[in-house]
Design a protein around this ligand. Structure first.
Ligand SMILES: Nc1ncnc2c1ncn2[C@@H]1O[C@H](COP(=O)(O)OP(=O)(O)O)[C@@H](O)[C@H]1O
Ligand SMILES: [Mg+2]
Length: 229
């Protein structure tokens, strides 16, 4: 049987930032393979390189050396247009929801679809379905200020799912909400994975981390452990 292509395949990835003339080795040789359907938590102390790793996996930044394949495609070979295309296949969720104040929940979820080949009525229909999936059926016409923190994060998750991403990349998705609201977000993330969505997330939240099926620990820019839960 042919082996399915991993959604992410990383080989000896390194990233050195320059702080003026001082090099900061944020990643010192990371190798990692993530298959479709996985639910991966990336843990590690502050400054260990987690966000750097996530930004590279999301093709938001370029590595200093090493190889990164997304869906089998070597990201280093892509031009700017192709990079934009590949980023559209990734669903990003961050700690701060980054919602546009003027837009309703429905408008927010429709926005990324305007670059896809969908007409207005198809976009609206899909946005409504996604908001229903995240439990916001009765909040479609609300703007961020009219939503709770957990509801705002669920809008952000629905937006991340708009273009049927190959995987979701999340950096501290519960990092900016209270613990009760975090439970809402955790339940949603768990359900998405059960529905087949591949999830790669950085989190400090033990309640969230324990739902993941695999956990890697990053220490000083290296993977210190990689465990199936
Ligand atoms: N843009 C940057 N310029 C210089 N150094 C950076 C930059 N971003 C991150 N770093 C440094 O790289 C290391 C890893 O940072 P980061 O990936 O943000 O860690 P984490 O997300 O685990 O807290 C830290 O030492 C941090 O100070
Ligand atoms: Mg970080």
């Amino acid at each position: 049987m042919p082996v399915a292509t991993p959604v992410v395949e990383i080989t000896d990835l390194k990233k050195t930032y320059m702080l003026g003339k001082v090099p900061v080795e944020a990643l010192r040789g990371i190798s990692l393979k993530v298959d479709r359907g996985e639910f991966l938590a990336i843990l590690g102390p502050s400054g260990s390189g987690k966000s750097t790793l996530l930004n590279l996996i999301g093709a938001l930044d370029k590595p200093t050396s090493g190889k990164l394949l997304i869906d089998g495609v070597d990201v280093s070979t892509l031009n700017d247009n192709q990079l934009t295309d590949i980023r559209c296949k990734i669903g990003f969720v961050f700690q701060f929801f980054n919602l546009i104040p003027r837009l309703t929940a429905k408008g927010t979820v429709e926005l990324p679809m305007t670059i896809a080949d969908l007409n207005k009525s198809e976009r609206t229909k899909r946005a409504e379905q996604l908001l229903e999936t995240v439990g916001l059926k009765d909040r479609m016409d609300h703007k961020p200020a009219e939503l709770s923190g957990g509801q705002q994060q669920r809008v952000a998750v629905a937006r991340a799912l708009a273009n049927n991403p190959r995987f979701l990349l999340m950096d501290e998705p519960t990092g900016n909400v209270d613990s009760k609201t975090a439970q809402e977000v955790i339940a949603l993330i768990k359900k998405l994975n059960q529905d087949g969505v591949t999830i790669i997330m950085v989190t400090h939240d033990q309640n969230l981390a324990k739902e993941a099926k695999r956990t890697i620990k990053v220490l000083d820019g290296l993977i210190a452990s990689d465990m199936v839960n």
